[in-house]
Ligand binder design. Structure first.
Ligand SMILES: Cc1cc2nc3c(=O)[nH]c(=O)nc-3n(C[C@H](O)[C@H](O)[C@H](O)COP(=O)(O)OP(=O)(O)OC[C@H]3O[C@@H](n4cnc5c(N)ncnc54)[C@H](O)[C@@H]3O)c2cc1C
Ligand code: FES
Length: 364
């Protein structure tokens, strides 16, 4: 029987390497078998989703790829960097128990935080805090490998040098690209020569902007806590970068709960039971859901294999198109106004506002 590859499904991948990066983080590489290589091709900045059952409960977690896309030749591996979050379900497991030879369920690369290589040379700024370095590292490698006229400046914040993930890879980039690659370390709990003390704040960004002797930045990629992203965005916009030259990725869900309808949907909710039609991989399924339920939760409960990862409105994997009826999102930091006008919603944030709804996960 011909097997059809579906981008939003999980595929078993073997762990080819595990490397401790710090006492609390690990790099895990997966081998990509030949028949999946084109499907696991990715753009710098994207992430994979790992699915695993821990204590009888299925968890899905997104991890950005730290390795660089292969420009020519087979993409035979991907590497992710996982930092242990205290009390977390998956990251402590990944740090302590995953070994070479283990087989994990992995969804092919996704995500809109990506660097598209350009034919004209660019100078790109990366701003990362903690594990936020993973996608930024992939982007840095891609930019730097594009040619001697491409340059990358990195602002990287950590508590101390001991907490720096991928320090040997960063050092290797400094050696390989002495003129193209600049780094500004920032430590919040250690005073070091050549490093700024504190967090990545407006002063740190302005310091780098002032001391950059190469061409102005053509774009900036930010990954870290929401506060850092907000501060860095404001400082960069003030320096003259346009909003559409600044890209960001959040790893964590903002503090407010997503289990109930938020302000955005208040008053507009449908009542009682709603008739739902869901199309995934060309197959349409009907179900009924309570109006107070989040759309994705109802779809998962009905055992429909729709794509999702973070369930918190930050990863973008659960986007679907509303083809009949309407829905409002509790929160949205991903879809643009025109995409919303086209009917796209993040199903993990969607509350239905009509008596019937049809959504399509294929047409996005
Ligand atoms: C697009 C995307 C890319 C990501 N890439 C990476 C990556 O490259 N490396 C990486 O280490 N993580 C990454 N993450 C985060 C990752 O998906 C998990 O959320 C993280 O590993 C925690 O999972 P857990 O199961 O251990 O914790 P959970 O059981 O999910 O959470 C336990 C508690 O910790 C809080 N929490 C969750 N994540 C964090 C965090 N990062 N910092 C502080 N508190 C947190 C939760 O709110 C919760 O209270 C990414 C997330 C997204 C959405
Ligand atoms: S599942 Fe991540 S945005 Fe919805």
């Amino acid at each position: 029987m011909l097997e059809i590859f579906v981008m939003t499904h999980f595929y078993p991948l073997s762990v080819s390497q595990v490397e401790n990066l710090t006492t609390q983080s690990v790099a895990i590489s997966f081998e990509i078998p030949t028949d999946l290589q084109s499907n696991f091709a990715f753009k710098a900045g994207q992430y994979i989703t790992i699915k695993h059952t821990i204590h009888g409960k299925e968890v899905r977690r997104a991890y950005s790829i730290s390795s660089a896309p292969v420009v020519s030749g087979p993409q035979n591996s991907v590497t992710v960097g996982i930092k242990e979050v205290a009390g977390g379900a998956f990251s402590p497991y990944a740090n302590r128990y995953i070994q070479k030879g283990d087989v994990l369920e992995v969804m092919p690369p996704q995500g809109r935080f990506l660097y598209e290589p350009t034919s004209a040379p660019v100078h790109i700024l990366g701003v990362a805090a903690g594990s936020g370095i993973t996608p930024i590292l992939s982007i840095a490698k891609s930019v730097l490998a594009s040619g001697p006229e491409y340059s990358f400046t990195l602002i990287y914040g950590n508590k101390s040098p001991q907490d720096v993930m991928f320090s040997s890879e960063i050092e290797a980039l400094q050696i390989a690209y002495p003129n193209q690659f600049k780094i500004q370390w920032v430590y919040s709990q250690a005073k070091e020569d050549q490093a700024l003390f504190g967090r990545i704040d407006t002063a740190a960004i302005n310091y780098v902007l002032k001391n950059t002797d190469t061409a102005p930045f053509d774009g900036a990629y930010l990954c870290g806590p929401e506060g850092m992203i907000k501060t860095a965005t404001e400082a960069l916009e003030k320096s003259g970068l346009a909003t559409d030259q600044i890209y960001y990725e959040l790893f964590t869900v903002a503090t407010e709960s997503t289990s109930e309808a938020g302000e955005a949907t208040e008053g507009a909710l449908a009542a009682g039971n709603i008739a739902v039609e869901v199309t995934v991989d060309g197959e349409t399924t009907s179900l009924e859901m309570n109006a107070k339920t989040i759309l994705l939760d109802a779809i998962i409960k009905a055992d429909i294999d729709a794509p999702y990862s973070c369930q918190g409105g930050v990863c973008s994997s659960c986007i679907c198109k509303v083809t009949k009826g309407s829905a409002a999102m509790i929160k949205n930091q991903i879809l643009t106004d025109s995409e919303i006008a086209d009917g796209l919603v993040l199903s993990c944030q969607a509350m239905v506002t009509s008596a019937e709804i049809a959504v399509d996960f294929d047409d996005v």
